[in-house]
Design a protein around this ligand. Structure first.
Ligand code: UT7
Length: 325
C-alpha cells in the first residue's frame, strides 16, 4: 500500500508588537523617509505587520507556533521524528534554527535541519518532509516556517521596509494510508539571485557586503505572476486534478495584486483565497503556514478540502504543494 503524508495539526505565532501603516509612516518620517498608508494599501494590500522584540529570535517564534501545531495534532514533542525549519533569518550562522528549536521543545535526538529557500521555504520544507515520510525515513514531522525579517530590513529604503513582517507557522505532518499531500513542484533559477537578496556574509569576524534586503520589486512581481501559474498547473496535472478541484488557494502572502492575478488565472474567486497579507505583511517562509493556520482556526478551511499552497521568492525559487487536509 502506498504511504502518504497528511497534515494533522497547524499552529502559528505572531510577536505581540503590531505596527500599523500609520505607525510605520510616523516612525519612518522621523528619519526623513516619506511613505503613506494609501500607497502601501493600494500597491500591496498591507495594513499592518508584527515586529519581534530585539531579543526574540526565529526559534522563539517557531517554538510558539510548533507548540500549537503539536497540541492541535494531539502529540508530544517526543513523538516527532523529524524537524525542518524554513527560514532566511536563522538565530545563528550555525547550528541550524531547527536544532535550536529541537532543544527548546525537548524533542532531542531526531534529525533536524533548516531549509533556505526564502519565501518558497515552507513549500520546499513541506515537500522534503513529505518525501522523507513517503520513503519511510520519518513518521511524524514538524515543519515550520519562522522569520524575523525586521532584522534584515533597510529602514532607509521605503521600497522594501514597508513590505515585511515577523512571525512563524508550523504543521505536524504524519504518515498515512490516505492522502494527504497529492503532488508538489519545486523550482529554482539562480540567474535571478540579484533581484531579491541580502548580499552580505560573515568572514574573519566581520560582516562583509550589505547585510540588508535589496529587491527589484517590479522584476520580482513580473516573474512571480508567470511562474506561480505554471507551478500551480503542473502540480494539478501531476495529481490529475484541475483548477475546479481547488477548494482553497493558500499563496505566499507578498502582495494582494499577485494573489489576485494567480486566482484569476486559476478561475478562482477571491473568496477561495486565504488572505492574511493585510494583517501580517510578507513574513517570507512563515507566510504560508501562518495563512494556513489562520484559515483552519477561523473555520474557513475545513478537513477534507483540497488546498493549493504556493510560494515564490529569492533565489529565484518557487513551488506549489497540492494537498487534502
Ligand atoms: O516575498 C518575495 C516576493 N516579493 C514580492 O512578491 C514583491 C513583488 N513586488 C511588489 O510587490 C511590488 O513591485 C512593490 C510593492 C514592491 C512595488 O510596487 P510597484 O507598483 O511595482 O511600484 P514601483 O516600484 O513601480 O514604484 C512606483 C512608485 C515609484 O515612484 P516614481 O518613480 O513612480 O515616482 C516609487 O518610488 O512608488 C514609489 N514608491 C513609494 N512611494 C511611497 C516605492 N515605495 C514607496 C513607498 N511609499 N513605500
Amino acid at each position: 500500500m502506498r504511504r502518504y503524508s497528511r497534515i494533522t495539526g497547524t499552529g502559528s505565532y505572531l510577536p505581540p508588537r503590531r505596527v500599523t501603516n500609520a505607525d510605520l509612516v510616523a516612525e519612518l518620517a522621523q528619519s526623513g523617509i516619506q511613505t503613506s498608508d494609501e500607497w502601501i494599501v493600494e500597491r500591496t494590500g498591507i495594513r499592518a505587520r508584527h515586529f519581534a522584540a530585539p531579543d526574540v529570535t526565529s526559534s522563539d517564534l517557531a517554538l510558539e507556533a510548533a507548540r500549537k501545531a503539536l497540541e492541535a495534532a494531539g502529540c508530544q514533542p517526543q513523538d516527532i521524528d523529524l524537524i525542518i525549519v524554513a527560514t532566511s533569518t536563522p538565530d545563528m550562522v550555525f547550528p541550524s534554527t531547527a536544532c535550536i528549536l529541537q532543544n527548546k521543545l525537548g524533542a532531542n535526538g531526531c534529525p533536524a535541519f533548516d531549509v533556505q529557500a526564502v519565501c518558497s521555504g515552507f513549500v520546499y520544507a513541506l515537500t522534503v518532509a513529505d518525501a522523507m515520510i513517503q520513503s519511510g525515513a520519518a513518521r511524524r514531522a514538524l515543519v515550520v516556517g519562522a522569520e524575523v525579517f525586521s532584522r534584515i530590513l533597510d529602514f532607509q529604503d521605503r521600497t522594501t521596509c514597508v513590505l515585511f513582517g515577523d512571525g512563524a507557522g508550523a504543521v505536524v505532518l504524519e504518515a498515512s494510508d490516505t492522502p494527504g499531500i497529492l503532488a508538489s513542484e519545486l523550482h529554482a533559477d539562480g540567474r535571478y539571485v540579484d533581484i531579491l537578496c541580502v548580499p552580505g556574509g560573515v568572514s574573519g569576524g566581520e560582516v562583509l557586503g550589505h547585510p540588508l534586503l535589496k529587491m527589484d520589486g517590479q522584476a520580482v512581481f513580473k516573474l512571480a505572476v508567470g511562474l506561480l501559474d505554471k507551478a500551480a498547473r503542473a502540480t494539478l496535472a501531476k495529481a490529475n486534478l484541475t483548477d475546479a478541484d481547488i477548494d482553497w488557494l493558500i499563496p505566499h502572502q507578498a502582495n494582494i495584486r499577485i494573489m489576485q492575478s494567480t486566482a484569476r488565472k486559476l478561475k478562482l474567486s477571491m473568496d477561495k483565497v486565504v488572505v492574511t497579507v493585510d494583517q501580517h505583511g510578507n513574513t517570507s517562509a512563515a507566510s504560508i503556514p501562518l495563512a494556513l493556520d489562520h484559515g483552519v482556526r477561523t473555520g474557513q478551511v475545513q478537513k477534507g478540502e483540497t488546498l493549493l499552497l504556493e510560494g515564490v521568492g529569492g533565489g529565484f525559487t518557487w513551488g506549489a504543494v497540492l494537498l487534502k487536509l
